[in-house]
Structure formats: structure tokens, C-alpha cells
Design a protein around this ligand. Structure first.
Ligand code: SAM
Length: 235
């Protein structure tokens, strides 16, 4: 996958995308990352990209002509591309949405700043509006890294254990079951002892599977009952 980011803060990339599993994927060319500085397409020598909002109000708005010029500088190589504008007022990102986005060959992501972006640019240049959650950040750069990381880890060959994609949270409208590791009997600094659930050390795979499923349902009921309403796929 080819990822192209339009931003006022190019120095914020690759950021988290340069580390760990996603950093390895970048190094191993499972995806490419191009960063375009919107200031290079600014309207004056200072590279200004924004102006006051019509109708008044606080903050500045990124101009549509700047975005159009920046977008026109990208030569898309396929027809299988998407254009995304990250905004709190967009459609909320989900695992299902990430699954769909990960199938594109090219992804252009526009990061907003200040009050946002002139609406004409979003509509005329056909950006789909996506939010990473019901809260407001100062800019789209962290949101872009969230979206790209979420997509890239779904590309075959990126994760060492592809099986983990099948069992992790949201894969079946469930949160994932809890995990435990060594020590089997942990004594905390207060002297209290905490054992790992016996079933996990029983070696009985069927029982372990059933226990994990029950725990996943229990956790989902407690923390995200809205997910259970969508129904489990394997029953
Ligand atoms: N005035 C906007 C509003 O009320 O919806 C908020 C603008 S925010 C301060 C500046 C930029 O940060 C946005 O244009 C967007 O690119 C990014 N941003 C902030 N929160 C976001 C979120 N939850 N999801 C995606 N992008 C976000």
C-alpha cells in the first residue's frame, strides 16, 4: 500500500509509524509513506495555508486552493485509491472500516489543523471524512498515524502471527479475553498472592477455548454491551 499524507507538520512523520511492527513493515516495503508539506503550496512567500473563517468566529481555516494544488502534485498510480480527510465531524473509525480501507492500493490522507478545512475542498476533491473518536485533537497527524497503523497491521505478512487478527477485540463483535503470563503464582509487593486461572495451565485446549469465549462475552457485557447487540457471527 502507498500512503500519502498532506500535512502542515511533516516533521511529525513517520512518528509512531517508524517503530516496532509497522516500522519493520515500512522498512520491508510492505507499504510506502510519502509526506507532503502543505506549506510548499502556500499562497505567499511565507507559505501561508490558512485564512479567517467567513461568517466570523475564532481560529483559521485551511484554504481550498492550497489543498487542491497539493493534491494535484500527487500522481496516483492505480484506480484503487481513497482520499480521506481526518476530522472529528467525520464517520467514526471502526475495525470494520479499517478492514475495508486496508484493501486500497493507495491512500491519500489530509490532516487538518486550526479550525479545520474549507468545506468546498472536502466536497469538490471527494475526501471521505473520518473521525478516530468522539473527542477533539489539535491536528490530524496523530489521527493519521492511528488510521495508517490500524490498516497496515491488517496487510498479509505484516504481523508475525496472523492468527492474532482472528481472535483480537472486535473480530466477532467481542472484546478479547484476558491474558496471563509468568509467574504462575505472583506475590505482589504487599505480600498478596494472585494465581493464574487453573484452566489456562490445564493443557486442555477445548476447555481453554470455552473459558476464553465465556470471558470475552463477560467482559463485553460489562464494558461494551452495545457490541453484543450486533450479534456473534459463529453462533
Ligand atoms: N473545529 C473542528 C471541530 O469542532 O470539529 C475541530 C478542529 S481540530 C482543533 C483540528 C484538526 O484536528 C481537524 O481538522 C482534524 O484534522 C484533526 N482532528 C481533531 N480531532 C480529531 C478526531 N477525533 N478525529 C480525526 N481528526 C481529528
Amino acid at each position: 500500500m502507498r500512503v500519502v499524507i498532506l500535512t502542515c507538520y511533516p516533521e511529525m512523520f513517520p512518528g509512531s509509524l517508524g517503530h516496532s511492527i509497522i516500522g519493520n513493515a515500512l522498512e520491508n516495503k510492505k507499504f510506502s509513506l510519502e509526506i507532503i508539506n502543505l506549506h510548499n503550496f502556500g499562497i505567499d512567500k511565507r507559505g501561508s495555508v490558512d485564512d479567517e473563517p467567513f461568517g466570523g468566529g475564532p481560529g483559521m481555516v485551511i484554504r481550498p486552493d492550497v489543498i487542491e494544488k497539493a493534491l494535484n502534485s500527487i500522481i496516483l498510480k492505480t484506480h484503487n485509491f481513497c482520499k480521506i480527510f481526518l476530522t472529528p465531524s467525520g464517520q467514526q473509525l471502526s475495525q470494520t472500516k479499517l478492514n475495508n480501507l486496508s484493501k486500497y492500493d493507495e491512500m491519500v490522507i489530509l490532516c487538518g489543523r486550526f479550525e479545520g478545512v474549507d468545506q468546498r475542498a472536502i466536497e469538490i476533491l471527494s475526501f471521505q471524512e473520518i473521525s478516530i473518536g468522539d473527542y477533539v485533537l489539535s491536528g490530524g497527524e496523530i489521527a493519521a498515524q492511528v488510521l495508517v497503523e490500524g490498516c497496515i497491521r491488517l496487510i498479509p505478512g505484516v504481523l508475525g502471527h496472523p492468527q492474532s487478527l482472528l481472535e483480537e477485540s472486535f473480530s466477532n463483535n467481542l472484546l478479547e479475553y484476558p491474558h496471563y503470563t509468568r509467574p504462575k503464582n505472583w506475590e505482589d509487593t504487599q505480600g498478596n498472592k494472585h494465581e493464574v486461572p487453573n484452566v489456562l495451565t490445564s493443557g486442555h485446549h477445548e476447555k481453554i477455548g470455552r473459558w476464553r469465549k465465556d470471558k470475552a462475552i463477560e467482559k463485553t457485557k460489562n464494558l461494551r454491551p452495545d457490541l453484543l447487540k450486533k450479534g456473534l457471527n459463529d453462533e
